[in-house]
Design a binder for this molecule. Structure first.
Ligand code: FAD
Length: 465
């Protein structure tokens, strides 16, 4: 195998929501940037078809803008953005067409001259004391030593931070890991009969789980509000009559919720989040994940049939495809200079060192029909401090996305795509600012300077609940 060498200012590893935002932000702030992705396309879980949660709080105030907004704007231009929408349960979100999202991502990366490195896995790290000098890239026909001044670990799994010697955590004392799921889409769904069925079956829905969202309304009034909103944004409860009955009859596998959200008006298409294998599988163990793929696919197919046979509006709908890969909710968290707690998130605590915000309820899926859903106080938002992005023991490395420094409970909310984009924006801007200032340690960057830059670039750091 030949060995090649590359040199960049900033190397971002992982091309999901966090890595895309980080690469755009680093480039936008003046750094020569490369984005490394193991798969054949950028997007990660952004391409699953799921709603992009955590960009608004439960009251409908935007809390994530900046770089994320540039990607949404690109989607909007191609008629691929739906929302903001209320779920009348706990949150507000936007929905995107995952097929068009692929194009939107490439357009924004190209606009900022980010160098793409697809089909490329980081398999090793070269350190010099507590500085990362290079990462080793493995491609099909060669290996490349990629050197950079700053590295951003947006791998979801904290691969780079772990290899560089930062401490990581997996689960907590419970030893539990969230289930694996496989998203799928159905097209040709007729909205009106579907939403009429929803309106008339309030007892089958998850609604009004936060007082701020319920606002004194009955379940029936909230079901009517879903109907009036006019979009297929529906959460059937695993312990409600409609879905619970199907689980009892063995028509679908046990699940806490069937979550349905729109992806394309043109195709009358929805994304369905319904499947789960909850066996505490560690998503970094490829063979363990591979073992459950066929089981998840069978769950997909039985849910397709259940919806077609039992759910008004789906009678003539068609299976329209699956997410590009099995969804992994929880692996390593990289321990950093600050560890955000679930308590701080749930209480909507504001912090001096804020670099982005979160607002999605704490969402920890479990086995069977169990799931922890803890609302954020008052339908508001909590702050994520800069220290959550700075791994311990390493000078020139930041994290962004699912693997940032939190406890397991807080990870149940910071893992949302909105927060991945928000932490990505902050990490990319911070890396570029450190390079411009000649800092050899990210800790030398004044948080106030970073906050000023992020505000200039549209990030929301204050002024919301
Ligand atoms: C089943 C499921 C349902 C969810 N539902 C929602 C929802 O409705 N709304 C919401 O907002 N969020 C949801 N989430 C959470 C959210 O989708 C993810 O936590 C988030 O997208 C993670 O973004 P990320 O950029 O950190 O990681 P990812 O999107 O996982 O991207 C990481 C990328 O890094 C690449 N990579 C990993 N290791 C390496 C390496 N060593 N070298 C090179 N590349 C590497 C991967 O291929 C991947 O593309 C859900 C998650 C799952 C799994």
């Amino acid at each position: 195998m030949t060995l090649k060498y590359l040199n960049y200012d900033v190397a971002v590893i992982g091309g999901g929501a966090a890595g895309i935002a980080a690469a755009i932000a680093a480039a936008k702030n003046g750094s020569r940037t490369i984005l490394v992705e193991a798969g054949p396309i950028f997007g990660g879980e952004l391409l699953s078809g799921m709603s992009i949660d955590g960009v608004l709080n439960g009251r409908g105030e935007w809390i994530i803008r900046g770089v994320a907004e540039e990607i949404f704007e690109e989607c909007r231009k191609m008629d691929a953005l739906i929302g903001p929408l209320h779920d009348f349960r706990l949150i507000c979100y936007v929905c995107v067409d995952p097929e068009i999202m692929k194009i939107a991502i490439m357009r924004v990366l190209d606009r900022y001259n980010v160098t793409p490195a697809l089909y490329t896995q980081v398999s090793d790290v070269v350190t010099d004391g507590d500085t990362v000098r290079s990462v080793v890239l493995t491609h099909k026909n060669q290996r490349t030593v990629l050197s950079a001044k700053y590295f951003i670990d947006a791998s979801g799994d904290g691969d780079v931070a772990m290899m560089a010697g930062a401490p990581t955590e997996l689960s907590d004392a419970s030893g539990d890991l969230q289930p694996l799921s496989l998203m799928f889409r159905m097209s040709g769904v007729e909205n009106e009969p579907f939403l009429r069925f929803v309106r008339d079956n309030a007892a089958s829905l998850a609604v009004g789980e936060s007082e701020a969202v319920r606002a004194g309304r009955t379940d029936e009034e909230l079901a009517q509000a879903i109907y009036d909103q006019g979009e297929p944004t529906v959460f059937f409860r695993g312990n409600g009559p409609f879905l619970g009955g199907a689980i009892q009859r063995g028509e679908v596998a046990p699940t806490a919720l069937i979550m349905i959200m729109p992806t394309s008006k043109a195709r009358k298409e929805v994304c369905v989040n319904a499947t789960r294998v909850a066996e505490n599988i560690n998503g970094v163990n490829a063979l363990d994940v591979s073992r459950v793929v066929s089981r998840l696919m069978e769950q997909v197919w039985s849910t397709v049939n259940f919806l077609k046979e039992r759910c008004p509006g789906f009678e003539n709908a068609s299976f329209a495809g699956m997410a590009p890969r099995v969804g992994i909710r929880e692996t390593r968290r990289v321990m950093g200079e600050y560890v955000l707690s679930g308590d701080e998130a749930a209480k909507a605590v504001k912090q001096r060192d804020v670099i982005t915000k979160g607002a999605h309820h704490i969402d920890i899926h479990q086995d069977g029909t169990r799931q922890v859903r803890i609302p954020i106080a008052d339908g508001g938002s909590y702050d994520i401090p800069f220290g959550c992005l700075i791994p311990k023991n390493v000078r020139n490395l930041l994290t962004a996305g699912r693997c940032i420094s939190t406890d397991r409970i807080a990870n149940g909310t910071t893992r949302m795509m909105g927060q991945c984009m928000g932490t990505g924006h902050a990490a990319g801007a911070a890396a570029a600012m450190c390079i411009a200032a000649g800092h050899d340690d990210v800790r030398k960057l004044a948080v106030s300077a970073l906050q000023g830059r992020l505000r200039e670039q549209g990030a929301v750091l204050d002024g919301t609940h």
